[in-house]
Design a protein around this ligand. Structure first.
Ligand code: COS
Length: 381
């Protein structure tokens, strides 16, 4: 009971080391990455060098075998200084988790070992007409004599074009609805794969988001990582684990904004005293800290459930993503308010954090979808 709410020391040490790395090697580039809409290559290199870009890859396939909580802490600490950079470990986990959950040993050896060496892995579920209604996807896969033929397109794919590998969820028999869907691994170099122009986004501007096009892409059957027709369940099972990484990202953005706002409140003087001394500002900072801590407890609990495959994972992962991202939106907006005119311009990072926070309420399932998932998973729901 004594240590129930105390993080074991290995996680505290991990946090300290990721924080030091993030502040030294990622934070100095965060503004430039956002301003110039460029990929955070410095962060990618630093994370890869320290084994943090895809730490979740099991040791047998060349990774660090980091558990779900360790990955959450990595993402949280990177997001605290740069949201775009935190998408590197988050996308790598999202893209490769279907393979980890559904693939055979040979397939894992083939792709996870390369992921551990720095080749990125993206996740292709959403389409222009299939966002929240994910099972309405239209990317088609058809059997051929030698395997499969893939045709269609995916939209809003994070790190598309940078990643080497793509998990693609495709429909093989529309008459079966979600039961006609199967999951495949596609490589960037496969003939018939191409990418759209990078989207012009409000936030997360350092992470390229592109459409991915499949034009008669021939795939052998060893690219298939789910049973035929079991791809939708695999895609949803994946999100149960990875929505927690979005909660982690939201948590990091919120913590980063609170840290900046608290420091600023002590530095900024108006009416002859620090603005921290005004109760109105204290109440805001206290609410921000309180909600962040509540989001952290929920997210870490969800991570433990992910690690142990507990039955209520689906509820907890949706709840953590929803609560942490709503918290991030509120906290970053309040941080901008505390910084006033300085908060609204890009000299300080809080307006960037506020723009980044918005996406955490939208992707890996909107917060409206998370509430549907939670309601469906109430004990007597
Ligand atoms: N895990 C595993 N399986 C799941 C699941 C989950 N979280 N949610 C649904 N399924 C299964 C169901 O059990 C069902 O299988 P059975 O027919 O065997 O019961 C099948 O998938 C279809 O489920 P359902 O009919 O509930 O699907 P809906 O079309 O109603 O959609 C929601 C369910 C809305 C929850 C789902 O489409 C969703 O999460 N949408 C958001 C997608 C998303 O996050 N997109 C972001 C892009 S990914 S970055």
């Amino acid at each position: 009971m004594d240590n129930l709410f105390e993080l074991p020391s290995e996680y505290k040490e991990l946090r300290a080391s990721v924080r030091a790395l993030a502040e030294k090697e990622i934070a100095p580039f965060a503004h430039d990455v956002d301003e110039n809409h460029r990929f955070p290559q410095e962060a990618a290199d630093a994370l890869q060098k320290s084994g943090l870009a895809a730490a979740h890859v099991p040791t047998e396939f060349g990774g660090d075998g980091a558990d779900a909580l360790a990955v959450v802490i990595i993402i949280e600490e990177v997001a605290r200084v740069c949201g775009s950079s935190s998408l590197i470990p988050a996308v790598n986990k999202l893209g490769s988790l279907p393979l980890i959950l559904g693939g055979n040993t040979e397939q894992k050896q083939r792709w996870l070992s390369q992921l551990a060496k720095g080749k990125g892995f993206s996740y292709c579920l959403s389409e222009s007409e299939a966002g929240s209604d994910a099972s309405a996807l239209r990317t088609k896969v058809a059997r051929t004599e030698s395997g499969w033929l893939l045709n269609g397109s995916k939209k809003w794919i994070s790190n598309a074009g940078v990643s080497e590998f793509y998990t693609v969820i495709a429909q093989g028999d529309p008459s079966l609805g979600s039961k006609g869907i199967t999951a495949f691994i596609v490589e960037k170099s496969d003939a018939g794969v191409s990418f759209g122009a990078p989207e012009k986004k409000m936030g997360f501007r350092g992470s390229p988001t592109r459409e991915v096009y499949f034009d008669n892409v021939e795939l052998s059957d060893d690219r298939r990582i789910s049973e035929v027709g079991a791809g939708f369940s695999l895609a949803m099972d994946t999100l149960d684990h990875t929505r927690i990484t979005i909660a982690a990202q939201a948590l990091g953005l919120a913590q980063g904004a609170l840290d900046v706002a608290t420091k600023y409140a002590h530095e900024r003087k108006q009416f002859g005293k620090e603005i921290f001394d005004f109760q109105g500002v204290q109440f805001m900072l206290a609410d921000m800290a309180m909600n962040i801590e509540a989001a952290r407890q929920l997210t870490y609990a969800a991570a433990a459930k992910s690690e142990h495959g507990e039955k209520d994972l689906r509820f907890f992962s949706a709840a953590s993503k929803c609560f942490a991202s709503d918290t991030a939106m509120k906290v970053t907006t309040d941080a901008v308010q505390i910084l006033g005119g300085y908060g609204y311009v890009s000299d300080y990072p809080v307006e960037r954090m506020m723009r980044d926070a918005k996406l955490t309420q939208i992707y890996e399932g909107t917060n409206q979808i998370q509430r549907i998932v939670m309601a469906r998973n109430l004990p007597n729901g």
